[in-house]
Design a protein. Structure first.
Length: 557
């Protein structure tokens, strides 16, 4: 007897109501409730703040921003790695209805010019410099002629007391101008609605110009809350956040997950460094740790890993790109993160749509991205027809509910392409859903490889190759092929001190996976091209291989 087919459509729980407040209203109540509890530890800055101090400082900064002549709805950019000033600006802008614009610290002049002008940024808070990036120099290179809307540039001056920057304002000076008891703050805060824009985040823009996903108080406050619920956060938790704040991972899964649960935010450094993460977890007795898979791999494989006591760890989130099952097992066993969760989402959905919880069975936690979040819906759709597919059938993951963005800033055409008439956000990700509602991401629609009529999902091949003891990391892409249309290519990073050759990889595959799934091209590399947030840029791997092999895309009629 055949089993009836189930439809790949799931709705999240609704037992806990949505927060129908603005971020400043919610945060003010939290700060009052636990005024003396630690809110922030910024290790590299040697700064600590209680909830009451963070609330008062953010109000002081909000007052100073109003003194610049900024008004509700104006856009304020932040171009910086992780620091206390970033969090203060996140809270201060929300207090008075300003829209925070997250600028990627990896941006250079052309990208910065585009982003600031696209949203007509009137003020920008920026680091002075970081490693080889001279942020103030890039701003001067552009100048007022190319940035006609930018009226105020504020530079984070903590480590540069003696410097002066003509035409630019020190962050410390700006903050000193503010008054935390400024009556304008509460007047404006009372006029804000949860459905109003609070944040613009630029999507990566791997095709065309970056798009400004516009998010509301309701979007990110609720998403931060339910993310924290999945981790079972309490005020006793201390969350180590090495992921970037300019990205939803740091700002929502990190900052807001903590602030909605009265937990403590811990920044180990301004940018990711595996050693300072390990040192910080031990020194601050962190109970939770976030990261993309490449970060966890770097921590686990650090030569000094065994020196550190990580026994305080309990939970955290691995997200940003698919997690290799073997890495997940090591995080649980070697980093004591028995309650680690996996989260899946995209900037346009604030960002998390699916997440495992601390009590999700380990086999589901390592092999899926969990189930749909509360108050949301997900379904797997046929990319061609849009109809909902049966469970276990690969299709496009679509999501609907409170988390879906307002739209792309001043781009109604791109918004309509992403969000259909029924409110479904089309993610572009290929996924399956099982009968219990667990979702598995099998790749991007554009990443799927069609070899001689066979649909191949690179994620499956990657998971298989991770089983090789010598393999530290692997990425599989499709490259053009005259005979089959496409062939598989694997880029492999071997573990330190291990030697590995093409024939060993093929021998490992033979008889274990179908012949057409064995990569035709195998290369050994030291690193993958990736964004600052740790997302692998597969299109760059594909382009590099096309150049190396002298390949052209096969044209189809």
């Amino acid at each position: 007897m055949t089993r009836p087919t189930r439809v790949a459509h799931a709705r999240g729980a609704t037992g806990t109501p949505l927060i129908e407040q603005t971020l400043p209203a919610f945060f003010a109540a939290m700060a009052q409730r636990q005024a003396e509890h630690p809110a922030l530890v910024s290790r590299h800055q040697q700064r600590r703040s209680t909830y009451a101090e963070l609330h008062r400082q953010s109000r002081q900064l909000a007052s100073a921003l109003l003194d610049l002549g900024l008004r509700k709805g104006d856009r304020v950019g932040i171009w910086s790695h992780n620091n206390a000033e970033w969090l203060l600006l996140q809270l201060a802008t929300a207090q008075v209805g300003l829209i925070l614009v997250n600028i990627n610290p990896a941006y250079r002049t052309a990208e910065l010019e585009y982003a600031l002008n696209k949203v007509e940024c009137q003020a920008l808070v920026t680091m002075a410099r970081f490693k080889t990036s001279d942020y103030l120099g890039m701003l001067r290179e552009l100048g007022p002629a190319k940035l006609p809307h930018l009226r105020h540039t504020v530079w984070i001056d903590e480590a540069a007391r003696g410097e002066e920057q003509a035409g630019m304002l020190r962050f410390s000076e700006l903050l000193a101008r503010g008054n935390p008891d400024d009556p304008r703050i509460d007047t404006i805060a009372a006029s804000l609605a949860p459905q109003e824009a609070i944040n613009i985040q630029f999507t990566s823009g791997t095709t065309g110009f970056p798009k400004g996903a516009t998010l509301t108080h309701r979007n990110i406050l609720n998403n931060g809350f339910f993310i924290g619920e999945a981790m079972k956060l309490t005020p006793a938790d201390r969350l180590c956040i090495p992921v970037p704040l300019y990205h939803c991972f740091g700002m929502v899964l990190g900052n807001l997950a903590c602030l909605t649960h009265g937990a403590t935010i811990v920044y180990p450094n301004d940018a990711f460094d595996p050693l300072t993460v390990l040192e910080t977890v031990q020194a601050e007795r962190c109970t939770s740790l976030h990261g993309v898979p490449t970060m966890f791999i770097a921590e686990l494989d650090h030569p000094r890993f065994r020196e550190f006591d990580l026994s305080s760890l309990r939970t955290g989130i691995m997200a940003g790109s698919p997690c290799p099952i073997e890495v997940m097992k090591r995080v649980v066993n070697e980093m004591h993160m028995n309650e680690v969760t996996i989260a899946y989402g995209m900037t346009e959905t604030s960002p998390v749509s699916c997440q495992s919880s601390t009590d999700t069975p380990l086999d589901k936690r390592v092999s899926t991205v969990g189930q749909v979040q509360p108050h949301l819906e997900v379904r797997i759709a046929d990319p061609e027809t849009g109809s909902t597919l049966a469970t276990a059938t690969p299709g496009e993951l679509c999501t609907r509910g409170y988390s879906v963005m307002l739209g792309y800033w001043e781009d109604p055409e791109k918004t309509r392409e992403a969000i259909d008439s029924e409110g479904w956000m089309h993610t572009g990700d290929l996924a399956t859903m099982d009968d219990e509602g667990y979702v598995n991401i099998v790749g991007r629609i554009k990443d799927m490889v069609i070899r001689g009529g066979e649909n191949i999902y690179p994620r499956e091949i990657e998971e298989f190759l991770y089983r090789m003891p010598q393999v530290q990391d692997v990425q599989v892409v499709g490259v053009p092929d005259r005979k089959y249309g496409e062939e598989l290519c694997a880029w492999i990073i071997a573990k330190p001190g291990q030697s590995l050759g093409e024939e060993e990889v093929r021998a490992f595959c033979n008889g274990q996976i179908a012949h057409y799934k064995v990569p035709r091209h195998i290369r050994f590399v030291d690193a993958f091209p990736m964004t600052v947030t740790g997302k692998i840029q597969k299109f760059k791997i594909r382009d590099a291989m096309k150049n190396e092999l002298g390949l052209q895309e096969e044209r189809t009629a």
